[in-house]
Design a protein around this ligand. Structure first.
Ligand SMILES: [Zn+2]
Length: 545
């Protein structure tokens, strides 16, 4: 074997720089740097002079915020370097973009990827898959979302009800061991696909056919991947106390954080029970259970007429089975008795006028009419009994979604004040002008700032912003959003605290919130001067361990 002895010195020579070479390198470096400076200002965006409400709950402070790319790169009392764009936010609040932990955005995100109703109230991140309902598997849907140009960020939970339906259908029985294994595997796959946790809708078919221990088995899987459990509880009326206990137990036994979603107390007979539900949350937290709450600021709920007015047992097996039961006079009488009770004591708040049709696929003209109106149109006096009959008729025709005025203000404010309560809209992306949706989709976040901060002073501005930003973001492990800090993603909402307000009402829901002057998502402006921009910087968010 021969060795080329001349190779070594040659290599050594190449590693050593002569003074001339150093000069050339230094010259090139300086030229490059100067070119960079000449190419553009230090920042893409500076927002000046605003009151910074940083999302932590701390009192506001005055300062400037600089953004480069999709990231907040500097916050200081005064940033005087040039920027491509400078916004003067004098007199306005600069807040982190809001994170809505409970939305039904998937209904229309592909039709309205700008999610105007949310962006115009400062929301920059939407969480989907609530109430036990999500696509199963998640991956194809997330892939479609990835390629969709959109204004907002979106993430999802994996829904226990959808997982159960995929494995067992809508049956009311306990799963076999192999079925439970299949459900575990689907939840695991959902978490691996990027879900932020397991949602349950134990009020709805088929979630309400699940025992607590069945849910715990699936919650354990989500917990192993760092997810949370978030629940539309089994009962929010006379059974609300037991439901909160169950939600806490799922967290405690499943070994994961647990959340009562859209917490409310339904039905006049139950009003005031938030004193006890909040006590349960406090006691759970005191013994180390990570239990929290979210809430929307309205005294009416919204869900399907069928889910709200029919007992769970009557909904087993799908539509044909329901219709078969309604055709049997004896079973129909039993169902009607339950519906009467629900209108009298629960979702109906004692009066069919409290139930309003939101949307009807088979007769769009019913949207906005009350159940009392529908009863009259059916040729009956609007008594509770006759309204129950009209309710069953609606189910027979194909069902509608409804709005139910049966929550009281004292419970709402008591829950809102609780430090473990965050804000979530439970809203959707409406098609502007279509149907009669619950105003929460258009107004939730603005309404908290207008009514519960400015008018009633139920909570402070800083606490409200915390409940809309860092609290929900941290809850799902989104630690690069929800705070105005250097290094965080530049999701930013700018609004006038004196003018911000929800305009949507139950009578006229299709009205955008007011008072926001600009909203940024990942550093790009998606809304300003009263209009959505053409930017589509929204990202699909995934849970990462
Ligand atoms: Zn719900």
């Amino acid at each position: 074997m021969s060795i080329d002895q001349s190779a070594r010195p040659r290599r050594r020579y190449r590693l050593v720089c002569t003074p001339i070479e150093l000069c050339i390198v230094t010259f090139l470096f300086l030229t490059f740097t100067q070119t960079q400076i000449a190419q553009g200002p230090a920042y893409d965006l500076i927002i000046r002079n605003g009151r910074i409400v940083d999302g932590s709950g701390s009192p506001w402070y005055r300062g400037d915020i600089a953004v480069r790319g999709d990231t907040i790169v500097r916050i200081a009392a005064r940033i005087s370097e040039p920027a491509t764009r400078v916004i003067d936010a004098a007199g306005q609040v600069i807040a982190p973009g809001f994170v809505d932990i409970h939305t039904h955005a998937r209904g229309a995100i592909f039709e309205v990827p700008t999610a105007d109703n949310y962006v115009r109230q400062g929301v920059t991140t939407l969480m989907e898959g609530p109430d036990g309902s999500s696509p199963v598997p998640l991956k194809p849907w997330l892939a479609r979302l990835e390629v969709l140009p959109k204004s907002v960020n979106i993430g999802t939970f994996i829904g226990q009800g959808s997982v159960r339906a995929a494995v067992m259908g809508d049956v009311n029985r306990v799963p076999t061991a192999p079925e439970l294994d299949k459900m575990r595997a689907l939840v695991e796959q959902g978490m691996k696909d990027g879900a932020f946790g397991l949602s349950t809708g134990l009020f709805y078919v088929p979630g309400n056919f699940s025992t607590t221990s069945e849910v715990v088995e699936l919650a354990r899987v989500a917990g192993r991947f760092g997810g949370i459990h978030i629940s539309h509880m089994r009962e929010e009326a006379s059974g609300v106390i037991d439901s909160v206990k169950e939600t806490i137990a799922i967290g405690e036994q499943g070994g994961l954080p647990t959340q009562v979603t859209h917490h409310k107390i339904i039905g006049p007979a139950n009003w005031g029970r938030s004193v006890d539900t909040l006590k349960l949350i406090d006691e759970a937290r005191a013994r180390g259970v990570d239990a929290t709450i979210d809430q929307y600021p309205y005294t009416a709920s919204s869900t399907s007429i069928q889910a709200a007015l029919l007992p769970a047992w009557a909904q087993e097996g799908g539509r044909e089975e329901i219709l078969k039961r309604l055709r049997d006079p004896a079973i129909r009488a039993k169902i009607k008795a339950e519906t009467i009770r629900i209108i009298r004591n629960e979702r109906g708040g004692g009066d069919p006028k409290n139930i309003v049709i939101a949307r009807c696929g088979w007769d769009a003209s019913l949207a906005g009419k009350t159940l009392a109106d529908v009863t009259r149109v059916r040729g009956m006096e609007p008594s509770v009994e006759n309204a129950a009959e009209a309710g069953l008729w609606i189910v027979e025709q194909g069902g509608c979604s409804g709005i139910f005025h049966a929550i009281n203000e004292a419970d709402l404010e008591r829950i809102l004040r609780h430090p473990a309560t965050m804000i979530g809209s439970d809203g959707e992306i409406p098609i502007f002008g279509k149907d009669n949706p619950h105003p929460r989709s258009y107004g939730t976040f603005a309404r908290v700032l207008a009514v519960y901060v400015r008018e009633r002073k139920t909570i402070t501005l800083e606490d409200a912003v915390r409940k809309m930003s860092s609290f929900p973001a941290g809850r799902i492990g989104l630690f690069d959003r929800g705070l105005l800090r250097v290094g965080m993603k530049a999701d930013i909402a700018i609004f006038d605290p004196a003018k911000v307000r929800d305009a949507a009402t139950f009578d006229k829901p299709h009205q955008y919130a007011e008072g926001f002057s600009a909203v940024f998502v990942n550093g790009q402006v998606v809304f300003e001067n009263g209009s959505m921009t053409t930017a589509r910087p929204g990202k699909v968010l995934y849970k990462r361990m």
